[in-house]
Design a protein around this ligand. Structure first.
Ligand SMILES: [Zn+2]
Length: 186
């Protein structure tokens, strides 16, 4: 009796482990494809930036990153952050982490980095795979960025321009007054 109990216990354990492994693999594949999607989107934005810069070159104009490329750059920031988060999750799935010194991927349990030999913080077992939540879809992030960009940057740019105008006006008047004073003195 005991033998069969053990056997079925072992069988269900094996089944659970296999299921867990399959879940991990499925999640890993999903993450890989999401990361590739994001990388593709970043490449497209690079191309948009390049086009904008080249068009400026043709017109022999300069390009101001802060005002003219902020939208593109913010989108890349958002995608890059998303990729970073997904890579972190991938490492957790594979029981890996980054060396605190050289940044190599090393086994989670390693006390010393096999690459650079530096000692690693001891990691207490954490529930790594409870995070089945799908990362925020890039679309949402980008939409958010777009909203922020349009409201914030326009305001910022206007403020900046106003400040510059004020400064220039002040400088102008000051020099003039100084000049007048000099003239009077002479
Ligand atoms: Zn290292």
């Amino acid at each position: 009796m005991g033998f069969f109990d053990d056997l079925s216990k072992k069988a269900s354990e094996t089944y659970r482990n296999t299921a867990e492994k399959t879940n991990k693999l499925t999640r890993e594949m999903k993450l890989k494809s999401l990361i590739n999607e994001d990388k593709g989107k970043i490449e497209k934005i690079y191309a948009e930036i390049g086009k904008k810069v080249y068009e400026k070159h043709i017109r022999e104009e300069n390009i101001d990153i802060k005002s003219e490329l902020i939208e593109e750059c913010s989108k890349i920031d958002a995608y890059a952050k998303e990729i970073e988060d997904m890579n972190t999750e991938m490492r957790a799935l594979k029981d890996l982490r980054l060396c605190t010194k050289c940044g190599s991927e090393i086994p989670l349990s390693a006390r010393f980095c096999p690459k650079c030999g530096s000692q690693q913080e001891e990691i207490k077992p954490v529930e790594t795979v409870n995070n089945t939540e799908v990362p925020t879809e890039a679309k949402e992030v980008v939409e958010q960025v777009n909203n922020e960009v349009t409201t914030e940057t326009v305001q910022e740019v206007t403020n900046e321009v106003n400040n510059e105008i004020n400064n220039e006006e002040n400088d102008g008047t000051n020099t003039e007054t100084n000049n007048e004073n000099n003239d009077n003195n002479q």
